[in-house]
Design a protein around this ligand. Structure first.
Ligand SMILES: C[S@@+](CC[C@H](N)C(=O)[O-])C[C@H]1O[C@@H](n2cnc3c(N)ncnc32)[C@H](O)[C@@H]1O
Length: 266
């Protein structure tokens, strides 16, 4: 199923998506710690069947695909076909790519039960979270796990997005961040065990302020009226920027929520 990316229903279309792909396409080592977190909490293993939700331009898709090997299967999903373009161009044999939002994932006839679900930076865009978790529960088996790595309402990053990005970004940024309490209720209501939360204070590394400003300006698709220097100033105000031996680092706190399936909902 292909969901039309009209920019009204889904944020990542047109220049928002072009900019995001450009930022991730020249990412260098900025997201090394994000990758470490994926390996630690998703732990893709040979033969796993994994569902990736809101995969964007595939920053995690390729490492996950390598981790599960040729016996595994990775469903790479995102509602924006534009976001998925880079994955489509370099698709591995163990990937199935679906232009679907989290709320409407359908893997098709004969799909195996999913062992692990991974989503990074996308869940705050999901509008009907209860329908989404219920749907995911029907796609997995009784021992499956999920790892949702996102901005939660208690993270300072939420303030950065609400206070700055919601006005600087070409599409705005109207989203809903999970709280730990709501996420716990969500799991209880939809067939998932009580979740664990791991607050991870990521450090994103940059060569200098110009590099930081250029990256944020692209990742968060600044309107013409917002400069890269404005992004740096907001990052300093809301997040924290520190000098390091070889450049600077940006504090980017996120939360990893993990849960496993309660048997009996298949
Ligand atoms: C910040 S990007 C994260 C992309 C990728 N996971 C990463 O870490 O680079 C957010 C992604 O969420 C996707 N998205 C937006 N609404 C969504 C929804 N309802 N369900 C799933 N993904 C959604 C966007 O298209 C976009 O690719």
């Amino acid at each position: 199923m292909y969901i039309e990316s009209d920019g009204a229903r889904y944020e990542f279309a047109k220049s928002r998506s072009d900019n995001y792909r450009a930022a991730v396409g020249s990412i260098g080592r900025v997201w090394d710690e994000d990758l470490d977190a994926m390996y630690a909490y998703l732990d893709p293993e040979p033969g796993d069947n994994i569902l990736e939700v809101g995969a964007g331009s595939g920053f995690f898709s390729f490492p996950i695909s390598r981790g599960i090997g040729e016996q595994g299967l990775l469903y790479v999903t995102d509602p924006s076909i534009e976001q998925l373009q880079s994955v489509l161009e370099q698709q591995s044999a163990n990937m199935i790519i679906l232009a679907q939002g989290a709320e409407e994932i359908a893997l098709g006839e004969g799909a195996p039960a999913i062992d692990k679900i991974w989503s990074r930076g996308a869940f705050h865009h999901v509008r009907d979270k209860t329908e989404t978790f219920s749907r995911w529960r029907r796609l997995v088996h009784g021992n499956s796990r999920m790892a949702i790595f996102d901005i939660f309402s208690h993270n300072r990053t939420a303030r950065f997005f609400d206070g700055f990005v919601a006005r600087s970004c070409v599409t705005g940024h109207e989203v809903s961040y999970l709280s730990k309490d709501f996420a716990t209720s969500l799991c209880a209501n939809t067939g998932w065990r009580e979740p664990e939360f791991h607050d991870i204070d990521l450090k994103w590394s940059f060569e200098n302020e110009q590099h930081l400003g250029r990256f944020l300006g692209l990742l968060l698709a600044n309107k013409a009226s917002f400069s890269e220097a404005d992004s740096v100033a907001a990052a300093k105000h809301y997040l924290g920027v520190r000098d390091t031996d070889d450049g600077l680092s940006l504090d980017w706190p996120m939360t990893m929520m993990t849960s496993s399936a309660l048997p009996g909902y298949e």
